[in-house]
Structures are given as structure tokens and as C-alpha cells.
Design a protein around this ligand. Structure first.
Ligand code: CA
Length: 242
């Protein structure tokens, strides 16, 4: 672990509301990494063992997992295998003190995307995270379009009927979540999950404010709600949730 150096040079563009799961049982390392990443705008959830990580990954979506291998109880490689077995493709960066070639090969073969050996430099961690996030963005849907609204997750450009629309980063995150699956209803809690890490304070009407902004900019009908359930963008050929 490099001495604490304050700010990680991750680049706020890449870090905008990316959600990271940090799996680390070492208190000092965990705290240093969490603090540095939060300063760079990542939403960071920190768990200390594989079981909690497993639960977190089945209940929320993460853009990246930082995974220690030596954990109390179940170890990190076991968690990684479980994850890949259920076709969870979340990028995983192993961060561990195990530096044998065999450990590295084993971790990568179990489905890790990259491997960083402790002690590590926070700058290198940041650079590797950026590389993984770039790669995973390139792997996903490049650009998607629905009812005249087109969004590009890589550049964060949005157009409506060909005209540029300016969205705040959180409005963009809400829109992206809804447009990934037209017709699917997302609850307020699911949308909040996408925007905030655990323990971050959330204004009770935050999601409503973003939805209001999206409707103002994209047309009132573009985002609809099912009272008491959540929000959805209608499929192209219907007005109801699908
Ligand atoms: Ca450990």
C-alpha cells in the first residue's frame, strides 16, 4: 500500500457515478481505498467477506468489483467462480498479497479481468480501474435509441429527434437504467441504488426530481410511472409496462 496521498487521479469523467464494490477484510487498506475512490466520485460499497459480497452482487448492480483473495471464511477465488458460474460479467480486479504466478494465473482463469499485487500504488489502481471500465463500456451496448431518444453511454451524449439534449450526470444515469430495458418497471429504490452507495444520504424525493427533469427535456410521456411501483419507458408499440 502506498502512503495515503489524498486524491486518486482517476479522472472525474470516468468516475461519474460508477458504482464499485470493494471486498477487503483489511481495515486500513479498505479505508484508504474507499476514501480515495469516493474523493474521485465513485459510489463505493465496502464489504469484509465473500458472503456479504455475494449478497451485494445479487441485490445491486456494480460497474466494478475490487476483490481481495484472502478473506475470512470463503475466499475470493471461490466467490469469483460463483459469480462467473451464474453469468455475472461484472468486471473484477483482484487486489491481493498473493503474488505467486500460480495464484495470478488461477485468479485470471477463474474469471478475473485484471490482477494487482499488494502493496500497490493508488495511482496504478486508478489506472487499472479506468482501463477496465473503458473496456467494459466498449463491450456493452454502444448506442441505444428509443422513441426518438438516442443515448451514447461512452460519450454521454443524448439527442431527441436529432437535437442535442443536456442532462445532468444523475439524470443520465436514471435514463440509461430505464432505457436498458424498455417496458421494465424500476422502483425508486432500484434507481436510488444505481445512483448512490450505501450510507450516502439520499434526499427522499431525489429520484422524482430526476424524472421530472427527464420529462421536461424528453417529453412528458417518455418516462411513465406505475403509481406506488416505479418508473419505466414504454416499449415502442405500447403505453403500458411490459
Ligand atoms: Ca485479506
Amino acid at each position: 500500500m502506498a502512503p495515503a496521498r489524498g486524491i486518486l487521479a482517476i479522472g472525474s469523467q470516468a468516475a461519474d457515478f460508477m458504482r464499485v464494490l470493494l471486498v477487503e477484510d483489511d481495515r486500513m487498506i479498505g479505508q484508504a481505498v474507499q476514501t480515495a475512490l469516493r474523493q474521485d466520485g465513485y459510489a463505493v460499497d465496502w464489504v469484509r467477506d465473500a458472503e456479504s459480497a455475494d449478497t451485494a452482487l445479487t441485490t445491486a448492480g456494480f460497474d466494478l468489483v475490487l476483490l481481495d483473495l484472502g478473506l475470512p471464511g470463503r475466499d475470493g477465488v471461490d466467490l469469483l467462480r460463483t459469480l462467473r458460474t451464474r453469468h455475472d460479467a461484472t468486471p473484477v480486479l483482484i487486489v491481493t498479497a498473493r503474488d505467486d504466478v500460480q495464484d495470478r494465473v488461477g485468479g485470471l482463469d477463474a474469471g478475473a479481468d485484471d490482477y494487482l499485487v499488494k502493496p500497490f500504488d493508488l495511482d496504478e489502481l486508478g489506472a487499472r480501474m479506468r482501463a477496465l471500465l473503458r473496456r467494459s463500456a466498449g463491450r456493452g451496448e454502444a448506442v441505444f435509441e428509443h422513441r426518438g431518444v438516442r443515448i451514447d453511454p461512452a460519450t454521454r451524449e443524448v439527442t431527441r429527434d436529432g437535437e442535442p439534449v443536456t442532462l445532468s450526470p444523475r439524470e443520465f444515469a436514471v435514463l440509461e437504467a430505464l432505457m436498458l430495458r424498455p417496458g421494465a418497471v424500476l422502483s425508486r429504490a432500484q434507481l436510488e441504488d444505481r445512483l448512490y452507495g450505501w450510507g450516502e444520504s439520499v434526499e427522499s424525493n431525489a429520484v422524482e426530481v430526476y424524472i421530472h427533469g427527464l420529462r421536461r427535456k424528453l417529453g412528458h410521456d417518455f418516462v411513465q410511472n406505475v403509481r406506488g411501483v416505479g418508473y419505466f419507458v414504454p416499449k415502442a408499440d405500447s403505453q403500458g409496462p411490459g
